[in-house]
Design a protein around this ligand. Structure first.
Ligand SMILES: NC(=O)c1ccc[n+]([C@@H]2O[C@H](COP(=O)([O-])OP(=O)(O)OC[C@H]3O[C@@H](n4cnc5c(N)ncnc54)[C@H](OP(=O)(O)O)[C@@H]3O)[C@@H](O)[C@H]2O)c1
Length: 291
């Protein structure tokens, strides 16, 4: 059986839908904090077990009978929680439950010296997996295109993207990542250790502003501000922890932490991955500027 955590989330849901095209429903189990969010999957014959990353025993029960596990990374640190403790619980539970291979969703920034905090916690989690004795695959996902849209949406609407200096990012869609995650879970290929899964095209915010200008038929420009001024402008508007997180994005982007991989996503998809340019075009119209 293949067990999926985070099955109520954006990525987990898409992975499950893709997996259902490859394996029968009764061979898929969902480990989820709130089973009422996945009654649709239960109705389609998937096994649903309640479990929380905070509670190792609940995870052991939910992983029971699983040979492969998709551990969708926790975002607990963004809410003041302990991401690494949660990952430690999940990996220990996988071992106790007899899981053979853990597939973990890391990110392109994964490194021991990353400026982007999730890159550090993904690196530490990969270390836990390596020490666990379990077989493991780390799916180092490109920066979500949906997150990018969230970051630039207001600027595109207003015509001015006011940001610190940034850098190239291989924005990648949940849809492409879920398709390949599911293929690997189903066993199309066995990859040991990390694999970087990103779109092939990289864009910084100035390039995205230029594309948006062409699509919308009115100017969208990047207004560069220095880090200190940008940071000062955020005080009182968002929680202090989020300010630090946001500033880390710009430092990391400048350092190239979100650049593309070696084409593994395209190879496994068998096509060119959706680019951020494609995402903008789908949202705002054709690139010729015609409606
Ligand atoms: N590649 C990137 O650029 C990028 C960007 C942002 C985030 N991420 C990471 O990718 C992960 C998946 O992304 P997503 O878009 O699918 O996020 P999402 O829609 O927020 O889904 C997160 C999933 O994690 C579950 N979860 C949260 N806390 C849990 C806990 N204590 N125990 C068990 N399950 C828990 C959530 O369950 P509930 O429905 O019960 O809340 C939900 O199913 C995120 O959690 C984050 O770590 C990556």
């Amino acid at each position: 059986m293949i067990i999926i955590t985070g099955g109520s989330g954006q990525l987990g849901r898409l992975v499950i839908e893709n997996l259902l095209t490859r394996v029968p429903a009764h061979q898929i189990g969902i480990s989820v904090r709130d089973p009422s969010k996945v009654t649709d999957f239960a109705d389609r014959g998937l096994r649903v077990q309640q479990a929380d990353f905070e509670d190792e025993n609940s995870l052991i029960r939910a992983f029971e009978g699983g040979s492969k596990l998709l551990l969708v990374s926790s975002n607990a640190a963004a809410y003041g929680g302990d991401t690494l403790l949660q990952h430690r619980n999940a990996i220990a539970a996988a071992k106790t439950a007899g899981v053979e291979r853990v597939f973990y969703t890391a990110q392109a920034s994964t490194a021991p010296d990353a400026y982007f905090p999730p890159g550090l916690s993904h690196y530490a989690t990969e270390g836990m997996l390596a020490a666990s004795g379990l077989a493991w695959t780390s799916l180092r996902h490109g920066f979500y295109a949906a997150s990018g849209m969230h970051m630039i949406g207001d600027g595109i609407s207003s015509g001015v993207l006011r940001t610190p200096a940034d850098g190239p990012v291989a924005w990648t869609t949940h849809e492409d990542l879920a398709e390949v995650d599911a293929a690997l879970l189903a066993g199309v290929e066995v990859i040991d250790g990390p694999v970087k899964l990103t779109a092939d095209a990289e864009y910084d915010f100035a390039e995205l502003a230029e594309i948006a200008s062409g699509l919308l038929g009115h100017a969208v420009t990047q207004d560069l501000v220095d880090d200190a001024a940008f940071q000062a402008g955020l005080i009182g508007k968002i929680p202090p922890m989020q300010i630090g997180f946001m500033m880390s994005y710009y430092r990391a982007a400048r350092a190239g932490e979100f650049v593309k991989g070696d084409g593994a996503l395209a190879r496994l998809l068998g096509r060119i991955p959706t680019s951020m340019g494609d995402v903008l075009e789908a949202r705002f119209g054709s690139r010729s500027g015609t409606p």
